[in-house]
Design a protein around this ligand. Structure first.
Ligand SMILES: [Zn+2]
Length: 115
């Protein structure tokens, strides 16, 4: 098996909204990422893992670059909203992590709720 064909998890998102966001960030940088369904089973070596959160999977040769881009993006998202703590959605009351720009539950945008 060619080492380049290996895929690795570079980020574990709390929900699909942020996972899809990260996937588009990577796509813009020319990196193809896979986001299996939250309940997918994957094989890591010979170990079968049950995914409970959507992960970002990339080819191993892209993993360092992908990790750096994701770290950068998480920092940027937090900085943009000057937010370092969880926030509560004004629409549905769900709690969201600081890197989320939209509510994981109802997709309301954080920015529109702070005024
Ligand atoms: Zn909400």
């Amino acid at each position: 098996m060619n080492d380049d064909d290996e895929i690795r998890i570079v980020y574990s998102a709390e929900n699909l909204v942020i996972a899809e966001h990260m996937r588009s960030v990577l796509a813009n940088a020319g990196i193809t990422a896979n986001v299996p369904e939250a309940t997918s089973q994957v094989f890591i070596g010979e170990v079968r893992a049950q995914l409970t959160t959507p992960g970002i999977w990339v080819h191993s040769q892209d993993s360092s670059k992908a990790k750096a881009l994701i770290d950068q993006e998480v920092a940027k998202l937090c900085e943009q909203r000057n937010l370092r703590t969880d926030w509560i959605c004004a629409d549905c009351g769900e709690e969201n992590s600081p890197e989320f720009a939209v509510c994981w539950s109802c997709q309301s945008e954080y920015e529109t709720k702070v005024e």
